[in-house]
Design a protein around this ligand. Structure first.
Ligand SMILES: [Fe+2]
Length: 370
């Protein structure tokens, strides 16, 4: 499982706006190759303050050390865990269904209008924060905003690479329920090491675009450490080909100064499969006691926009594969049920929910007749 022979492209974010045609073309080609074949690429000149990301991890680790009952107070099943703390063993991957060995925090760097919150209360909920955690909150929001800017710039580049109008994709994510997730993969105990337990089961992200600024491994004292073994960490699966119908599973090895961007399901659908959502998995280390912190920023389509191939990608085949069209807010709701974060009953909100009115009117009619 090595990717030395596979060449995941590096995209220079600054080059996307370069006045030099050649430099720009090169960056656009890298997007087509990266998102078209791997569903993933590395981003250089991203303008994300990595020292700030590091400082955020320090604050996040302090939070994770708080007593469990304090963290439970920030665990919001009623918000489908889209804000605050998610305990380990809550979320499961759709395909294999093994609960994940991670605790998470969710916060949104965006400020969606009240109207969207009224329509989609869980995914546009206000942030919630632990007491006395100003550094945690401020660093969290600033990193989230920086990662969001990368996502939007990249979507502009994607639109150009796909020969769409430059704002075609950016427009669809304006006021989206973007969310930044901080993760701590929890240590395995003696019995678990060497089993087939994963830190993160293989899955594809359901949002539009995911930006990953990199994480750190920690030893038993929470000190930063090198990778505990060669095989631990993030793997992705490439697009299936005739030669490799199962795709190729390759290990992410981010070049210095780069961060990662990966395609989510919504972008795959919008492009009719031209860009492919990357299946990825996080392998646990083969040693006890090690943990890892990382973060992911999820750029989402606006909940009112429609998840369906854009006109230029909407062949009959794409329409059949990705239909029927569905609002992004509904798509999120369904997926959050599938991965165990939203309750099954939340699907009862779809369709007409006012049938009881007729019953109460009939009751009133009977009462009047008596
Ligand atoms: Fe993921």
């Amino acid at each position: 499982m090595s990717n030395h022979d596979l060449d995941i492209p590096v995209v220079d974010l600054e080059a996307l706006d370069s006045p030099q045609t050649e430099r720009r073309r090169e960056a656009l080609d890298a997007i087509l190759r990266g998102f078209g074949h791997y569903g993933l690429m590395y981003i250089r000149n991203h303008d994300v303050d990595i020292d700030l990301v590091d400082a955020f991890y320090d604050a996040f680790l302090e939070f994770t050390e708080r007593p469990e009952p304090d963290k439970q107070e920030l665990s919001r099943g009623d918000l489908w865990y889209q804000r605050g703390w998610t305990p380990p063993n809550t979320e499961e991957a759709v395909v294999a269904g093994q609960p994940d060995f991670k605790e998470c925090y969710f916060a949104s760097p965006g400020e969606a209008g009240d109207k969207l919150r009224a329509e989609f209360p869980e995914i546009y909920a206000e942030n919630i924060w632990p007491d006395e955690a100003e550094a945690f909150r401020d660093r969290y929001l600033e990193v989230g905003r920086q990662l969001q800017r990368v996502g939007v710039a990249l979507l502009r580049g994607c639109a150009r690479a796909l020969e769409l109008e430059a704002p075609a994709l950016e427009r669809l994510v304006a006021d989206g329920p973007h969310v930044t997730r901080a993760l701590r993969y929890v240590p395995l105990d003696d019995d678990q090491v060497g089993s087939d337990i994963l830190w993160g089961e293989e899955h594809t992200d359901f949002n539009c675009l995911t930006i990953l600024p990199g994480g750190r491994f920690l030893d038993t004292d929470n000190n930063r450490t090198d990778k505990p073994d060669e095989d631990a960490g993030l793997y992705l699966r490439t697009r299936p080909t005739e030669e490799h119908p199962e795709g190729r599973k390759i290990q992410g090895q981010t070049p210095d100064d780069c961060i990662i961007a990966q395609v989510g399901q919504q972008l795959e659908v919008l492009t009719g499969g031209k860009f492919l959502a990357t299946p990825h998995v996080v392998e646990a280390p083969d040693a006890t006691g090690y943990s890892r912190v990382s973060m992911a920023h999820f750029v989402h389509m606006n909940a009112r926009e429609t998840v369906f191939p854009l006109e230029s990608f909407c062949t009959d085949e794409a329409a059949a594969r990705y239909g029927p069209p569905v609002k992004a807010g509904t798509y999120n709701r369904k997926t959050l049920v599938d991965i165990g974060l939203a309750p099954d009953e939340s699907l009862d909100r779809l369709g007409y929910t006012q049938y009881s009115r007729l019953d109460s009117m009939r009751e009133a009619e009977d009462n009047a007749a008596e």
